[in-house]
Every structure is written in C-alpha cells, then in structure tokens.
Ligand binder design. Structure first.
Ligand code: 5GP
Ligand code: ZN
Length: 114
C-alpha cells in the first residue's frame, strides 16, 4: 500500500473536499487554506516533485494549468486574480512528496512571497 498522502486521497482512503476529478487529475480544497480560495491540483500518476519530471510528463503538467484556469473561473477569482504555485524541495517548503499545483486567490497576495 502506498505511503503517499495524496495517493491515498486519490484512492479515497483519506477524505478531501473534491473540486474536480477526471481520469488524469484530482483537485481538492487545501485542508489549511492560505487564501479564501486554496485548491490543490494533482496528477493521478505519482510524481514526487518538479525535480522528478521526465520528458513524458509535459502533457500532464500543462493539463494541470488548464484545470487551474477552469477552477479559477468556477471560484470567481479569474478576474480578480490568482496565483499558481508548485513548491519543490526544502527551501520552498514542499511538505507533501506528490507534485501539486496550488491555486490561491480571493485576496490580495503579497509579492515577493515569504
Ligand atoms: P506544500 O507545502 O507541499 O507545497 O503543500 C502541501 C499542502 O497540502 C499544504 O498547503 C497543506 O495544507 C496541504 N495538506 C496537507 N495534508 C493535507 C490533507 O490531508 N488534506 C488536504 N486537503 N490538504 C492537505
Ligand atoms: Zn503520490
């Protein structure tokens, strides 16, 4: 059995508030939201980090962004603005070893990030 938290969410062994799902990706609301809208979009294929991407992963990484665009519109942050983030490794604070695209919006976001 997988020890990956997000693979367990994909397998529905751990509950999550799902925002979107198809055969390639799952999107769910972050358990500890850092903005009024905070959704995580993950590939169903386990990829641990940007560091581990291969040439075969270009399509799925692009697809995560298309789902981000759709969810931004559905959550009414497309006009006000939103941020897409993928943390990679310790300095970026990556806490879960299954690549995930954060969609953050619904408030004015600071730049540069902390
Ligand atoms: P990272 O810091 O790795 O880029 O982001 C991991 C994110 O996953 C964090 O924002 C954290 O709040 C979220 N998270 C961690 N565990 C769970 C969980 O069990 N369920 C959900 N929905 N989000 C989680
Ligand atoms: Zn995983």
């Amino acid at each position: 059995m997988t020890e990956c938290l997000f693979c367990k969410i994909i397998e529905k062994k751990i509950p999550a508030k799902i925002a979107y799902e198809d055969d390639k990706v799952l999107a769910f609301h972050d358990i500890s939201p850092k903005a009024p809208v905070h959704i995580l979009i993950i590939p169903k294929k386990h990829i641990s980090a940007v560091n581990e991407l291969t040439d075969q992963d270009g399509e799925i990484i692009g697809y995560l962004h298309l789902i981000a665009k759709k969810l931004a519109k559905e959550n009414k942050i497309d006009k006000s603005g939103f941020r897409l983030v993928i943390n990679n490794g310790p300095d970026a604070g990556q806490a879960v070893g299954h690549i995930h695209l954060h969609v953050l919006g619904g408030r004015k976001l600071q730049w540069p990030p902390g």
